[in-house]
Design a protein around this ligand. Structure first.
Ligand SMILES: [Zn+2]
Length: 156
């Protein structure tokens, strides 16, 4: 049983078009200027490479941007799960719940996905490996390596 802790999104910018917080991993702005401020419409499906690397190396959550310990959780498509390769950085369990309740219903690509998706896979893992691309411009990818649980869910 996980504790029902609400995610702390107070440091995230707000996407005024959709009325949602901009996930840390999707936000090109960072640092003090980004905190809690309103923003231009963000690309909610994007994963900013520098943020993804920051998430992996500093162990911070792809949604709230705060530090993580213990089990981390990936969200992605069934194909990403089958290939054990995720584009969106890991999140706190509570942030995953918030993300799936918030973003897929917007009707735009979200959470590192190139298309609108209504089926999602949630993978809990004790750890992961980061794949840094050889090619400039290619995405950073995450490979869970100690999977505890995999759940398929529909959202949106
Ligand atoms: Zn979080």
């Amino acid at each position: 049983m996980r504790a029902p802790v609400a995610p702390d999104l107070s440091e995230r910018r707000h996407d005024l078009r959709h009325g949602v917080p901009v996930p840390f991993a999707s936000d090109p702005a960072a640092g003090y200027a980004a905190r809690g401020s309103a923003s231009e419409p963000a690309d909610l499906g994007a994963v900013v490479k520098a943020r993804a690397i920051q998430c992996a190396l500093s162990r911070v959550c792809g949604l709230c941007g705060l530090s993580m310990s213990g089990t981390t959780t990936f969200v992605g498509s069934p194909a990403e799960s089958d290939e054990n390769t995720f584009a969106f950085p890991p999140m706190h369990p509570a942030c995953v719940d918030f993300a799936l309740a918030t973003y897929p219903s917007l009707g735009v690509p979200v959470l590192g996905q190139p298309v609108v998706r209504d089926e999602w896979v949630v993978v809990e893992t004790g750890g992961f490996e980061l794949e840094r691309p050889d090619l400039r411009g290619a995405p950073v990818l995450f490979h869970p390596n100690s999977v505890v649980a995999t759940t398929v869910t529909t959202a949106g």
